[in-house]
Design a protein around this ligand. Structure first.
Ligand SMILES: NC(=O)c1ccc[n+]([C@@H]2O[C@H](COP(=O)([O-])OP(=O)(O)OC[C@H]3O[C@@H](n4cnc5c(N)ncnc54)[C@H](OP(=O)(O)O)[C@@H]3O)[C@@H](O)[C@H]2O)c1
Length: 274
């Protein structure tokens, strides 16, 4: 049976490599991103493949767009078998969305939480849905609870790592609440040569170019992700760095911190007009 997978950030890097692998093996890949020019070659390739692909264009740094996308996806795909979360946009300089959220916090954290919870009705129709949240599980960057959106002393790398920790905690709450509805896998791909989309100052851009030359291709990350989609761990929450399972029995995955984040997030989302 053809399965349907939603790939957030599926136009580039790891997300694009996963989307391609899915339609090449006969599944349906729903590619989310902002750039139709990047989606076009994937859609052309999918047209001649055993599987298929759709592109859904959406700027997911806006909560309103993510909510609309969730509602469109639920209508178009009553059954969704997996969600692969890969969208991020690095910024050397802090930027705030028109809804008032720090950009990285909005895209890398809020949109992932909204998609994970929002697509539950379609996960329920699957025989074992899986969410793979590609970020950096287990990183020990401290969470600045008084400044989750890095308004003071913004540093792009720190903001990205701290938001990664919010994804870890979101996984803890999701698994507590919805263990019977989807497996939640936190996934670390390790340094990988990808699109690295973002706005970088010159030294960071030079560093990124060097990293791209030195690191593995995105296709190397596809087999461990497919393995987790096809045969997820039995535990409701797990974490992997490629094939290696990481422990989630540490204070970094504290249920109390996860609950605290959930309360803050619910309040922030409530304040965005529906
Ligand atoms: N690459 C690495 O070395 C590395 C290391 C550790 C963890 N990771 C994690 O792995 C995941 C994938 O990384 P990657 O390096 O493959 O990413 P990437 O090549 O930089 O691609 C990022 C994706 O995010 C999408 N995106 C950016 N802004 C968006 C927006 N506002 N709305 C919707 N989509 C948006 C882009 O689509 P458009 O261009 O179409 O907007 C693109 O498809 C990320 O979560 C990252 O944190 C990567």
């Amino acid at each position: 049976m053809t399965k349907t997978y939603v790939i957030q950030g599926g136009t580039d890097g790891i997300g694009a490599a996963v989307a391609r692998a899915l339609f090449l093996r006969g599944d349906h890949a729903v590619i989310l991103g902002t750039n139709p020019e990047k989606a076009a070659p994937l859609l052309r390739e999918a047209a001649g493949a055993p599987g298929s692909a759709d592109f859904v264009r959406a700027d997911l740094s806006l909560v309103s767009n993510t909510r609309q996308t969730v509602s469109d996806l639920l209508e178009a795909y009553p059954r969704i078998d997996g969600l692969v979360l890969c969208a991020r946009f690095f910024r050397t300089y802090r930027s705030v969305t028109s809804e008032g959220f720090e950009d990285n916090f909005a895209l890398f954290y809020l949109s992932r939480a909204l998609l994970s919870y929002g697509l539950l009705p379609s996960f329920d129709k699957s025989d074992g849905a899986v969410i793979i949240n590609a970020a950096g599980p287990g990183h020990d960057t401290p969470i600045d609870w008084d400044d989750l959106q890095s308004a003071r002393n913004y540093d792009g790398v720190r903001a990205m790592f701290m938001t990664g920790r919010l994804n870890d905690l979101h996984g803890v709450t999701f698994a507590e609440r919805h263990a019977d509805r989807a497996s939640y896998v936190l996934f670390h791909p390790g340094t990988t040569s990808t699109g690295f989309v973002g706005e970088f100052d010159r030294p960071t851009a030079a560093y990124i170019e060097q990293q791209k030359l030195l690191s593995k291709p995105a296709t190397d990350v596809v087999p461990p992700i497919l393995r987790l989609l096809d045969d997820p761990p039995e535990e409701p929450l797990s974490a992997f760095n490629m094939y290696n399972e990481l422990s989630i029995r540490s204070p970094l995955f504290s249920p109390a911190s996860a609950a605290r984040l959930e309360d803050i997030t619910a309040q922030l989302l409530d304040d965005v007009a529906k």
